[in-house]
Ligand binder design. Structure first.
Ligand code: GBH
Length: 488
């Protein structure tokens, strides 16, 4: 059956079922709205909603030893036997360092209007601080110019986990305030070089991933297992770095440049939508995110966090809190798996509900399916912290993609995942929550950190032997969504 789906047949199938054949081929069909249909088989987004894809430097660039790039803690970690699936590393990854032009063309082919990419800190400052590397800046100049020539607006993340190894060696990385200060200088420098063409910067990607997994459980680089007190101080240094970065960007960037953070905060999803569970889910959102997003948004750690940590709580001054709480222009939310909350009689007023063994997940075992997260993230951000400009900075999933003999990948599970999450995002936008854009994770299959290349998150399949890219069914779906500004 599968082998009967020749390339030509796939085109036919695509034309009837999703309205587009191969990427770059047929034009997507107009949405039913445009045809005057009253059927609610599509979900139209507000005009001006922006659609795009997200990537990260270490996961896709490769070119690890080129252009004067310094080593990052992920180079060291991935080259340490036993740390990454099959001892794989990001030396080559998607080779986007050389193939960026064609990758940006793929973005253009799906109709993306925004692109979230990250800058490799050790390409700009090989030692983390000191003298900048012009070749590194020149690489990002080329990428950003190409993105803009394609009619796509670049959103830049300054730190997506590839910390310069030198900062780890000299200061202990995020264990030290010196790393936070170095980040501020790096952020200001990049803003001074790119803000003539980049209007949106995110300081950090996902504090808990690079701190809690990097310095707490040791699953991520640098692979440390710090005791609670030191871990809390590392968490603090990371949010301080964010605040110093915000201030440096404001000082060095063109006026009007917007600054935010891309955080996988945990929005509470009420177990069901009764008033009591909804209220508990908002309270949970503040408390569960205490060491990161809450202190950033409120300029103050919740008392519950400080008293819970007791003698292990971080040390800080009032001035530090002011820096950490620097006002933001936008907030980015990376949304994957749900955190279900119920109201409870506990002092905190909520409980996190454990995940049943039978709860469905995608190819990555942690990726439990929770489409409602794309509704609750914007709603909580708007209602709890009055955020006025919200982006979904990552959302997507792994699938056990197989490249068929016809050159196609039928990732119906990813399409199922995306459609259901996007319908919830549509609900948030329709109710007036100020969510203005969505970045699908990810454009390409890539180096999935400790999972190496074993989990694929792209809407384009990458054959790592040939570096050829193939659009998956999900790329056709996304192209249709973007063309119609509607979930189809
Ligand atoms: C994001 O993390 C990252 O920003 C991105 O780089 C990544 O590729 C993408 O999502 C997909 O994972 O192995 O059970 O210990 C999402 C948050 C935090 C989810 C770490 C996986 C490890 C779970 N991730 N977590 S486990």
């Amino acid at each position: 059956m599968f082998k009967d789906l020749s390339r030509r047949n796939f085109g036919k199938f695509g034309a009837s079922a999703v309205g587009a054949s191969v990427i770059g081929g047929l034009r997507p069909t107009p949405a039913p709205a445009a045809q005057g249909s009253a059927k609610a088989d599509y979900y139209a987004f507000p005009p001006n909603f922006s659609w795009g894809c997200a990537t990260a430097s270490y996961q896709m660039e490769g070119g690890a030893n080129e252009g004067g790039r310094g080593k990052s803690i992920w180079d060291t970690f991935s080259h340490t036997p036993g740390k990454v699936h099959d001892n794989q590393n990001g030396d080559v990854a998607d080779d986007d360092y050389h193939l960026y032009k064609q990758d940006i063309q793929l973005l253009k082919d799906v109709g993306a209007k925004i692109y979230r990419l990250s800058i490799s800190w050790p390409r700009i400052f090989p030692q983390g601080d000191g003298k900048p590397n012009e070749q590194g800046v020149a690489f990002y100049d080329r990428v950003i110019d190409t993105v803009r020539e394609a009619g796509i607006d670049p959103f830049v993340t300054l730190f997506h986990w590839d910390l310069p190894q030198s900062l780890q060696d000299r200061f202990g990385g995020w264990e030290s305030r010196k790393t936070a200060e170095a980040f501020g200088q790096y952020a200001g420098y990049v803003a001074s070089r790119l803000s003539d063409r980049v209007q949106h910067f995110f300081t950090m990607n996902e504090f808990s991933s690079f701190i809690d997994l990097g310095y707490g459980t040791g699953q991520f680089a640098p692979g440390l297992k710090l005791p609670p007190k030191e871990l809390n101080q590392a968490r603090f240094n990371a949010v301080l770095a964010h605040g110093l970065g915000v201030q440096a960007i404001r000082a060095k960037a063109r006026p009007g440049t917007k600054v935010g953070v891309a955080e996988n905060f945990r929005p509470g999803t009420p177990v069901f939508n009764s008033p009591a569970h909804i209220k508990a889910s908002a309270q949970a959102t503040r408390i569960l995110n205490a060491p990161y997003l809450t202190v950033i948004m409120e300029g103050k750690y919740p008392d519950e966090y400080l008293s819970h940590e007791g003698a292990n709580a971080p040390k800080f001054t009032d001035q530090d809190l002011k820096i950490i709480g620097s006002p933001l222009d936008l907030v980015g939310a990376n949304i994957y798996n749900p955190t279900f909350i119920r109201a409870a009689d506990s002092p905190e007023g909520f409980e996190v509900v454990p995940t049943p063994a039978s709860y469905p997940h995608m190819a990555s075992p942690w990726l439990y399916i929770g489409p409602e997260g794309l509704y609750w993230a914007p709603r909580h951000l708007a209602e709890i912290w009055n955020v006025k400009d919200i982006y979904i900075t990552e959302n997507g999933c792994s699938s056990s993609d197989v490249l068929g003999p016809d050159g196609h990948v039928y990732d119906t599970d990813r399409v199922m995942f995306l459609r259901n999450y996007l319908i919830n995002l549509h609900r948030a936008a329709s109710e007036g929550y100020p969510v203005h854009g969505y970045f699908l994770w990810s454009l390409l299959d890539n180096f999935e950190w400790a999972d190496g290349y074993s989990n694929r998150f792209g809407i384009y399949y990458v054959d790592y032997q040939t570096q050829k890219r193939y659009p998956k069914l999900s790329a056709l779906f996304y192209k249709e969504v973007i063309a119609n500004n509607a979930v189809m």
